[in-house]
Design a protein around this ligand. Structure first.
Ligand code: DQQ
Length: 545
């Protein structure tokens, strides 16, 4: 069946029923005409681990192509890789959510009791916040959820000046030293985006705090805020309520105006209930992913003591939305950014390793990788360039990295780069997606540009072919430049500099599909580079239906 459905992911979670829509869409000519609309949203909601099982809920329209009637679809997993679908967990049934059950989060209350706060759309189409709890805690699948008869627990009133169409997506709550719960709700006033703060003693009566936890002028509506501690040192995660000398705090917002997930690093002043961004982080500049990625959410996995990030990649054509694989997330030792890496469980899918010995990749050279299923693979490659840095191109003015990536592309030669991978490449290279580095000298330092170039990915020019890019904070004098790319039929998910730069793209090649796709390492720079490590695996299919 995968032969007729070349873009269906094999190990990135996708809503099962959505596929029915997608395959019928494939049979129509709509696809050739570009976008045909949204088939169902897929914000991940309320991820949690309960009794050893991972639960993932997500925004879903069971009626397919029409907007509306949004419910929380529900899947469970033992390993974040293989998923089993259950019936929708939360669906419109009360006045406070009769027009839709929008995004929200789960919190584990004392005694390991899950609770979900979510946004409901009421009969006046206002956004309000509701509570639901499992009907039966002895059911590890948490199939049935009971809504509080007191819903809504938070609502716009004439007194609180909350705009009823900008009041949504409650976070996981955290417990203060005073024994009171806190939760954030995304909002805005004019162009000032903000995270409204509410407090509660019993998780049922919520009182709005005088001040938001944080706000920034000009950022617009904050959707799906997330607020969590990360250890100053190390990769382990900590519970959302931890606030001590060993942690920093991350505030993330999905900016509706920019359609990307941005974050700040700073500290949480518990006495004032305020987030104080670190110097240089007063604006939203850092992103989890510099490609397609939105409405993500983290949760603390107390089994493996890690913080896991889930988000969704929307379509670049008329194909259905796609929920990502979980990433582990932690603070880089520089303290200046987060690091993301695929959860280790995904490595269970690796099969048939292909390893290459260290070797030079001469300027202008293309190296074909044989023996890997090129549409379903995990590729790791590292480059050493330290001896050739004298040849790096001079960058006179600081330029937006995405613009640098798209104007220079993967074929324009410079001294040092572009070098990296060509994936979903067709024979004769009429189609390919390139993921690569370019090194610049800028103000007596080296800047490493990391790009994912989709401009040549498909002969079907109705797809979104935007090129993405970011600088990665790697010093090429001292470090190797590493790249890991997860390839999954229409997903190209790349991690540069050991997860310091992440770019996810969706591509829909017309020729480079099934066994016609190929993978290459390439160096289009004039200087030679050294491949110090190359390992690739064909990936087994996960159970996601
Ligand atoms: N999607 C949900 C909202 C959220 C938005 C509605 C983000 O709750 O703000 O489906 O994609």
């Amino acid at each position: 069946d995968s032969y007729n459905q070349p873009y269906r992911t094999a190990y990135h979670f996708q809503p099962p029923k959505n596929w029915i829509n997608v395959s019928s869409c494939f049979l129509s000519s709509d696809m050739l005409n570009g976008h045909v609309g949204v088939f169902g949203l897929a914000d991940p909601n309320g991820p949690l681990r309960y009794e050893g099982l991972y639960h993932l809920f997500y925004q879903y329209n069971p009626k397919g192509a029409v907007w509306g009637n949004i419910v929380w679809a529900h899947s469970v997993s033992k390993d974040l890789v293989n998923w089993a679908p259950l019936d929708p967990a939360i669906f419109p049934s009360q006045p406070s959510d009769i027009n839709g059950c929008w995004s929200g989060s789960a919190t584990l209350l004392p005694g390991n009791k899950p609770a979900i706060l979510y946004t409901g759309i009421n009969p006046k189409n206002q956004q309000v916040q509701n509570l639901a709890k499992p009907k039966n805690l002895s059911d590890p699948f948490l199939r049935e959820w009971v809504k509080s008869p007191k819903n809504p627990l938070m609502a716009p009133t004439s007194a609180n000046e909350i705009n009823s169409s900008s009041f949504r997506d409650p976070t996981t709550a955290w417990l203060g030293q005073d024994g009171h719960w806190r939760v954030l709700v995304g909002s805005k006033r004019r162009t000032r985006g903000m995270a409204l703060l509410y407090r509660s003693k019993d998780f049922s009566d919520w009182i709005q705090a005088k001040h938001p936890l944080h706000s920034t002028l000009g950022s617009g509506m904050w959707e799906c805020p997330d607020f969590f501690p990360v250890l100053k040192n190390g990769q382990l995660g900590v519970d959302t309520s931890v606030n001590d000398d060993y942690v920093r705090h991350v505030l993330k917002a999905s900016l509706d105006d920019r359609k990307h997930d941005y974050y700040m690093i700073g500290s949480y002043n518990a006495a004032k209930d305020k987030f104080i961004p670190d110097k240089g982080f007063e604006e939203f500049v850092l992103r989890y992913d510099y490609g397609k990625y939105y409405a993500s959410k983290t949760f603390f996995d107390d089994g493996k003591k890690r913080r896991v990030l889930l988000g969704w990649v929307n379509e670049s054509s008329s194909v259905a939305d796609d929920i990502k694989k979980g990433w582990a997330i932690w603070l880089h030792k520089s303290g200046k950014q987060l690091v993301q890496w695929p959860v280790e469980e995904i490595e269970k899918l690796r099969a048939k390793p292909v390893n290459l010995p260290p070797q030079a990749l001469k300027g202008g050279k293309l190296l074909q990788i044989n023996g890997v299923t090129a549409t379903q693979a995990d590729v790791e490659i590292s480059f050493e360039v330290s001896g050739e840095l004298g040849k790096a191109e001079n960058l006179k003015y600081w330029t937006d990295p995405q613009i640098l990536c798209s104007t220079k592309g993967s074929s324009l030669r410079s001294g040092l780069g572009p070098f990296g991978l060509l994936v979903f490449a067709s024979e004769g290279l009429q189609e390919f997606t390139s993921v690569f580095f370019r090194i610049f000298r800028y103000q007596h330092k080296y800047l490493v540009l990391f790009c994912s170039d989709q401009s040549r990915s498909s002969l079907n020019k109705n797809n979104d072919l935007t090129t993405y890019g970011t600088f990665v904070d790697v010093n090429p004098l001292q470090e190797k430049l590493s790249l890991r790319t997860l390839i999954d039929h229409s997903v190209v998910e790349s991690f540069g500099g050991e997860g310091r730069g992440c770019i996810t793209a969706r591509v829909y090649p017309t020729l480079a599909i099934n066994d016609k796709a190929q993978i290459y390492a390439f160096n289009n720079g004039t200087a030679d580079v050294k491949i110090t490590r190359f390992s690739a695996w064909s990936m087994k299919k996960a159970h996601i239906l």
